[in-house]
Design a protein around this ligand. Structure first.
Ligand code: UN1
Length: 496
């Protein structure tokens, strides 16, 4: 691996103020956990503690679920427009604090400032979308085959739901689970990834400030074992999870054994398909964004590239030229395009997988530089592009890093078949100028999200988000789809 030429280390001074203290939120009270100490650190400057506190212990899961149960009935009886108004006030608070929280997000997770600020605003946008839920259809109305009768399908909250969220979108993913859960009248027990507790606390604070009654949202900061404890709790009525396939399948099994619904948004191994007729400059820009923004740490990231044989060399050269101008370094520097991975351990495992793949025959097409000025290098991985074969683990397994595995295809049909060569089916991106080929792809690609001439990542709050095949489990997220998970129906046969 190229370590880059700029090896000067300028250590960032610790901020003079004490780092924010982490607190759990249980039954409307902000409390210190009884568990082990926890510090979230800046992956670009590991000596900088971003927040610190103590973690929850398993007994807190029971306290939080009971507090949620006690609060849920009253919350469900609150008119949906009032529930929505709380979300709207929290959205305004996030918008007002977007700069400050965006910087905290950058410091805690490692994505760039623009991405951090953008993610806080996105969380606000999601809260605003669900704030308007009271103005949308609340159910369905059917005709009856019998005289004097109508049939209504009404919706009710599940009750107390668990939310388990990953590190990579520390505020947007929680917002798009918690907002529909709350607006539909559920109470929530939330366990965020322990690498990003500060942003979790910031979202919970915004909701509390906005007037959410005590117990309706409970926040447990702590280890992954709390998620297992949560799904096993006899009073839990459902669990929504985003994270790794392995953990998701384990939690899904636990939920199934208890007979409670589970919503899982799991792995992706998303392909960008660049066909011979594509606008290659547009495709190179979008593949760059899809593969390398957020250091490739998105379940929707482009981690596979299928490129038409006739244009493959030209396309890879265009991608390399863009990568040469792609600055990798301190994510709080506004001129930087890509920061570190979330932890040094994550970076080590990505570097190890790349080295193993190269030893196994993967051919390096591009490896970028990391500007080490002012940062600790341990969590950084340069942008890397490798040509691989079908057996390569880089082709098959989700890596969650800035690594793109490439294969060449002789025709559009072969390109679609290569893209389909995965147990995952979250998203795909197709680059073509031909509408007929684009329409063929809609049928040929078994994915939850298909982008035509745009990058594989991204989601809008008003449309379904989630994967096909083994990428997803249960109802989709966002938009009207979220209601499928966070409510259940009562069919009312209504005769006068
Ligand atoms: C996006 O592509 O902007 O964990 C969102 C993830 C996805 C969210 C992706 N659940 O990366």
């Amino acid at each position: 691996m190229s370590a880059g030429t700029d090896t000067a280390r300028v250590s960032t001074p610790l901020r003079s103020a004490q780092p924010p203290q982490l607190r759990l939120l249980i039954g409307g009270e902000w409390v210190a956990g009884d568990g082990a100490p926890l510090a979230s650190v800046n992956p670009a400057h590991p000596e900088q503690v971003v927040a610190e506190g103590t973690q929850a212990v398993p007994a807190d899961v029971d306290r939080a679920v009971r507090a949620a149960r006690a609060a849920q009935g009253g919350w469900a009886r609150t008119p949906i427009h009032e529930r929505g108004a709380v979300l709207a006030r929290a959205a305004a608070e996030l918008e007002e604090r977007a700069e400050e929280l965006g910087l905290e997000l950058t410091q805690e997770e490692g994505k760039t400032l623009a991405e951090g600020r953008g993610e806080v605003l996105r969380a606000a946008q999601v809260l605003r979308y669900y704030a308007g839920e009271g103005d949308r259809a609340a159910g369905e109305h059917f005709a009856s085959p019998r005289r004097g009768e109508r049939i209504l399908v009404t919706r009710k909250p599940l009750g107390v739901v668990g939310i388990v969220t990953p590190f990579n979108f520390p505020i947007a993913i929680p917002a798009w689970k918690i907002a529909p859960a709350l607006v539909h009248g559920n109470a929530v027990v939330w366990k965020p990834a322990s690498t990003v507790p500060l942003l979790a606390m910031r979202l919970a604070e915004a909701l509390v400030e906005a007037g959410l009654p005590g117990g309706v949202l409970n926040l447990l900061i702590g280890p992954g074992a709390l998620g297992t404890e949560l799904v096993r709790h006899p009073e839990l009525d459902g669990l929504s999870f985003t994270g790794s396939t392995g953990v998701g399948r384990m939690l899904a099994g636990e939920a199934a054994s208890r007979g409670v619904p589970f919503q899982g948004e799991m792995g992706g191994k998303n392909a960008a398909i660049v066909l011979a007729d594509a606008d290659l400059d547009l495709a190179a820009e979008q593949v760059l964004f899809g593969a390398f923004r957020s250091s490739g740490q998105k379940c929707t990231a482009t981690s596979r590239l299928v490129v038409a044989e006739q244009v493959a060399d030209e396309f890879l050269a265009k991608l390399a030229a863009r990568l040469d101008a792609w600055r990798v370094g301190d994510p709080s520097d506004p001129t930087v395009h890509m920061g570190p991975l979330v932890t040094a351990d994550a970076a080590r495992s990505v570097r190890g997988a790349v080295a193993a793949a190269e030893a196994d025959g993967a051919r390096l097409a591009y490896r970028g530089q990391v500007s080490h000025a002012g940062v600790s290098p341990s969590a950084f991985v340069p942008a890397t592009v490798l040509e691989v074969d079908a057996e390569s683990l880089l082709w098959r397994e989700e890596l969650f890093g800035p690594v793109l595995a490439v294969r060449r295809a002789a025709s559009a049909e072969e390109a679609f078949a290569l893209a389909e060569d995965s147990e995952f089916g979250l998203s795909a991106a197709l680059f073509t100028r031909d509408i007929a080929t684009a329409l063929d792809a809609v049928d040929a690609l078994d994915v939850g999200i298909l982008h035509v001439n745009s990058e594989s990542a991204g989601a809008d709050p008003h449309v379904p988000f989630g994967g096909a095949k083994k990428s997803g489990y249960g109802p989709k997220e966002q938009g009207g789809a979220a209601k499928e998970f966070f409510t259940h129906t009562t069919t009312v046969y209504l005769r006068g």
